[in-house]
Write a protein that binds this ligand. Structure first.
Ligand code: PRX
Length: 640
């Protein structure tokens, strides 16, 4: 099925040579990689940057369209190869397969629909959909015409959608009637209806039919996807030219949580992101032509953007998209899918592995899993037990596991082993991609040299896939990522570098939680809690959770109980669901009479974290607190 990718690293020596070349002359190195893409115009300058502003420009002057690279350029060589396999929620429903040629046509059709509805280059389009092919089609259709997509994960509330739509001033929303999640149907359109009443910028809502959940369609605003496609078909399916995009034009916005209350819109641009997702896809997973790649992440998160859509399609792979959940109708669902579609690369999250591990070996009975060649994990640190189970029971000891560390902001993988090419080490992301220079710093920003050390993880130089700004607020981008340690990109993660120089990411060092691989800011949850009538004040911390990695623990000062405490807890959870979405609901709520604060009013989270972890033995020095007695009360009343 064709040749290996020209930039595929095939040995440890080649990896070392690539690292040296990328470090010594990044411009020549990345220009060499860029030669393997389709450009409408070549670049004037490969790289121009300054982390103080920050300003990061890759391939300035070049023009391209990422969909030409993901679709058009494959038509001759592999037009009939499956581009996308869709496995529906219900295993008794048929899978849908779209060849590169079919996907190309569908993307152009929907691109024309967007144009017919007034969407132009640079306009923002919000996508709030389930995991169905129409979501991938909508993403690519936006890219085709140069509209900026902002995908909002289907687990977010109407309020969260509205905040994101308003921040981006999106003029069109694409949704579906509903989405299936196991035995449940989620009424997405009705959530969008609640959202858009708060969004004056929205002119049109396009609704794809999937669950046949009844929806209200508002005249003049709401349109059916299928009707709009028919209109385009009746005009004879016009060829929709891929818009010429400047290398640094915006490709998409993806909102993510940080240590403040308001999620920020991470901005990725066209050329650098394309090159980074393709290069890392081909190298980390050692993708071979013709292979089927199954990324279990939702397209609402960065992993779905980079390794379900853009990276695999740009590389000409077959990407598999799964609508349902790993445990329905039973905990063997992933393994059924692997066997049914002969999956070669499986990329999932530690939380899914831990959850499936909990079901034991029964769901694996009768599953061959012999098509698997490479396994991957992403999103959170993987514990040794889960790594071993994945290796033994899924990989049968024959599949390299890549532990890929990266972030929404990095666009693609930064630290990972390359499957079967560079050494793997359980629980370690191991070594950086060529062109990535990680370093560890202490609290003062002094670099920690040598091996066998820990510190805060920073990156020294730009890589093509990194974020360029936060939408509408460049200063926030500078402050969040480039000001803590001047001259460096700060990741927010803590990290160990072992005696062999291998990196192990140990978790966030800021006020960001990682719950089942979902990134949630503690301040965001606190804001939501504080909106509940009766909540005077709250503090949220993470605690170790066997399956989710981290759970959410909330300390709440509440005034005026007039009923059972547990009913109040339910009400508070309903408020969090309403404000952010069900994914942000605390696992534990402890009512307290006050929070431990310093005399200057700062909440002592260190103490709250220890209590939430169940370690009340040594809470450290509490004498600087305004009211030390509150600590004893909180420790005694710990929720279990
Ligand atoms: O703490 C790190 C953790 O996930 C954070 C990024 O979250 P998000 O932007 O939602 O992107 C997740 C998917 C790329 C990081 O700051 N993280 C991600 N991958 C790993 C990880 N922690 C440990 N090991 C990983 N492989």
């Amino acid at each position: 099925m064709g040749m290996k990718h020209p930039f595929q690293i095939q040995s440890l020596a080649q990896y070392q040579a690539a690292c040296t070349a990328a470090a010594e002359n990044p411009e020549a190195f990345w220009a060499g990689v860029a030669e393997n893409f389709r450009w409408k115009r070549k670049w004037d300058k490969v790289l121009d940057w300054n982390f103080d502003e920050p300003r990061i420009e890759w391939f300035k002057g070049a023009q391209l369209n990422i969909t030409e690279n993901c679709l058009d350029r494959h038509l001759d060589a592999r037009g009939d190869q499956p581009a996308l396999i869709f496995e529906p929620n219900d295993p008794s429903d048929p899978a849908r397969v779209l060849s590169y040629r079919e996907l190309h046509v569908k993307v152009m059709q929907f691109a024309q629909v967007l144009k017919n509805n007034g969407v132009q280059k640079g306009d923002r389009v919000c996508l709030y959909m389930g995991m169905i092919p129409e979501l991938a089609i909508a993403v690519l259709a936006c890219a085709r015409i140069g509209a900026v997509h902002s995908v909002v994960f289907g687990g977010f509330s109407a309020q969260s959608i509205a905040d994101r739509i308003n921040d981006a001033q999106a003029k069109l929303v694409v949704t579906c009637d509903g989405a299936y999640r196991g035995a449940k149907v989620i009424p997405l359109k009705s959530v969008v209806d609640d959202a858009v009443t708060m969004c004056p910028s929205v002119e049109k809502v396009i609704v794809s039919t999937h669950t046949r959940t009844p929806v209200s369609m508002i005249k003049g605003r709401d349109l059916w996807w299928e009707d709009e496609i028919k209109r385009v078909e009746s005009m004879g399916n016009p060829y929709v030219e891929a818009e010429s995009m400047d290398a640094e034009d915006m490709l998409f916005i993806l909102y993510t949580s940080g240590s403040t209350g308001k999620p920020k819109g991470v901005v990725h641009t066209c050329a650098g992101y394309m090159i980074w997702t393709t290069y890392t896809f081909v190298n980390a997973f050692q993708y071979q032509p013709g292979q089927v790649h199954f990324c279990t992440a939702d397209i609402g998160w960065i992993t779905g953007h980079s390794y379900l859509i853009y990276g695999p399609l740009s590389a000409g792979a077959t990407t598999l998209m799964f609508e349902g959940v790993p445990t329905w109708p039973d905990a063997g669902r992933f393994w059924d899918i692997v066997d049914r579609h002969h999956v070669n690369i499986l990329y999932t999250a530690p939380t899914a592995i831990r959850s499936l591990m909990g079901f034991g070996e029964e769901p694996l009975r009768g599953k061959k899993l012999d098509s698997l060649k490479v396994l991957g994990t992403v999103g959170e640190p993987i514990n040794e037990e889960a790594w071993n189970w994945y290796n033994t029971h899924i990989g049968k000891g024959k599949c390299p596991i890549v532990d890929t560390w990266w972030q929404t902001e990095t666009g693609g993988i930064l630290i990972t082993n390359l499957a079967g090419v560079t050494p793997a080490k359980a629980t370690f992301a191991t070594l950086p991609m060529p062109g990535v220079e990680p370093l560890l710093v202490d609290e003062q920003g002094t670099e920690i040299h040598g091996n066998g050390v820990s510190g805060n993880l920073c990156i020294r130089k730009p890589w093509p896939g990194m974020l360029r700004t936060t939408y509408g607020d460049h200063e926030r981008c500078r402050q969040t990522y480039f000001s803590t340690y001047p001259g460096l990109y700060f990741t927010g993660d803590g990290c160990l570098r072992d005696e062999d120089g291998h990196y192990r990411i140990t978790g966030r060092v800021d006020d960001v939680l990682n719950v089942s691989g979902h990134r949630i800011g503690t301040a965001e949850v606190e804001n939501a809690l504080n909106m509940h009538a009766g909540v005077v004040e709250s503090a949220v911390v993470g605690f170790p959770h066997d399956i989710k990695g981290q759970g959410i623990y909330a300390y709440v000062v509440y005034q005026g109980f007039h009923e059972d405490e547990n009913l109040t807890r339910q009400d508070i959870l309903a408020t969090v669901s309403r404000v952010i979405g069900p994914i942000a609901k605390p696992d534990q709520i402890q009512f307290v009479s006050g929070l431990p604060k310093t005399r200057s009013g700062k909440i002592m989270r260190r103490i709250l974290r220890k209590i939430a972890e169940g370690d009340t033995s040594n809470l450290g020095d509490t004498t600087t607190l305004l009211d030390p007695s509150v600590v004893d009360e909180i420790a005694a009343g710990r929720a279990t």
